[in-house]
Ligand binder design. Structure first.
Ligand code: UDP
Length: 340
């Protein structure tokens, strides 16, 4: 077991990490990873989209980032060394329909969290950002110099927070790592946790629900894109590898490292049809498809250039191949389809 890089603020000498949104998909995997890496973990989640039973480690406190009094109690009672912030709404399409809800959750609540950190002298912040901050790609793969021109309220809400973080860093008292996820996918290789949204909207879990028979078919959103098979190309990244990047980012900040904003993907794109074919191979099942119209706001190709993450954090994905990503998600889907 790896030992945390520094010890501050807690009686036991082990850093306590506050994980906001730790009952969600990526947050719950991260909570487990932090606990197994020897950190004390405090999970805060309002359970609006997360699940209590996804928090298998650490200590859970139900509460809302909109509630400054609640945050004060959390920060006063525990010596918190760093905050990992996963608590956000993340559906591009929904954000177009209810933008104010997105700005309130993703921007205003993040400000509350940053305010509480400042009041209690906590400096280290790791932020879940997204490829959606870039908008329509001007070139591919997308590196950190690519202009940020988001085309949805979701993307704009994340870009706003990135700008707030950069200002906070310039003003002093805040150091952060902003991690721009491309397409988070897969499940805990131990089989304990996996992707769970209600309703589900992401490609890989939906394809696997069609494979297990929980869904009649998978809808392909658009087959007339300028790509080799006409379907959108995305860079799928295993949730385990995302967690590794967070762990390295945390060690970087706890060791006094400078603020960073990094793109996270495998640098390889797969089309919707390639994902479906992989799921057919992995599951050995038929997966009926129907071709639908394009989904508004979907760029044709989104692929990350993650060389900076490798240079700055020493990050290397362990599970870059799509078969493993889909395979772990399939194990989780089989478990779910048996039990729920
Ligand atoms: N997609 C699809 N059918 C679905 C869900 C998604 O064809 O039922 C496509 C979507 O248009 C995009 C890709 O799959 O090109 C990945 O979508 P997802 O929602 O998983 O992630 P996003 O790229 O929006 O972050």
């Amino acid at each position: 077991m790896m030992q945390p890089a520094c010890a501050t603020g807690h009686d036991s000498g082990i850093p306590t990490i506050l994980v906001a949104g730790g009952a969600g998909y990526i947050g719950s995997h991260m909570v487990k990873r932090l606990a197994l890496s020897g950190y004390q973990v405090l999970v805060v989640d309002n359970l609006s989209t997360g699940f209590r039973d996804a928090v298998r480690h650490g200590q859970f406190v139900e509460g809302d980032l909109a509630d400054a009094g609640f945050l004060d109690r959390i920060f006063v009672e525990r010596g918190i060394s760093a905050v990992l912030h996963f608590a956000a709404l993340s559906q591009v399409g929904e954000s177009v329909l209810v933008p104010v809800r997105y700005y309130r959750n993703n921007v205003a609540n993040t400000l509350n969290l940053l305010d509480a950190m400042q009041r209690h002298g906590v400096q280290n912040f790791i932020f879940s950002s997204t490829a959606a901050i870039f908008g329509e790609p001007g070139y591919t793969p997308i590196d950190e110099r690519h202009p940020m021109q988001p085309i949805s309220p979701y993307g704009r809400s994340k870009k706003m927070v990135e700008e707030i973080l950069a200002d906070g860093d310039r003003a002093g008292g805040l150091r952060y790592v902003s991690l721009r996820y491309f397409n988070a996918a897969g499940a805990d290789p131990d089989g304990e946790l996996g992707e769970r949204h209600d309703p589900e909207s992401h490609l890989i879990p939906l394809v696997l629900q069609a494979a297990s028979g929980r869904r009649s078919h998978i809808a392909i959103f658009g087959s007339d894109y300028p790509t080799p098979d006409g379907t959108c190309i995305r860079d799928y990244i295993h949730v385990h590898d995302l967690c590794t990047a967070h762990l390295l980012a945390l060690e970087h900040l706890l060791a006094g490292g400078a603020s960073l904003a990094l793109n996270l993907g495998n640098g390889q794109g797969f089309s919707v049809r390639e994902v479906i074919d992989t799921a057919r191979r992995v599951s050995g099942r038929e997966i009926p498809v129907q071709v639908h119209d394009r989904r508004p706001g979907d760029p044709a190709i989104l692929v990350a250039d993650s060389r900076n993450a490798s240079v700055k954090l020493g990050w290397t994905p362990l599970y870059p191949d799509l078969e493993t990503i889909v395979g772990d998600a399939w194990s989780w889907e089989q478990r779910k389809s048996r039990s729920w």
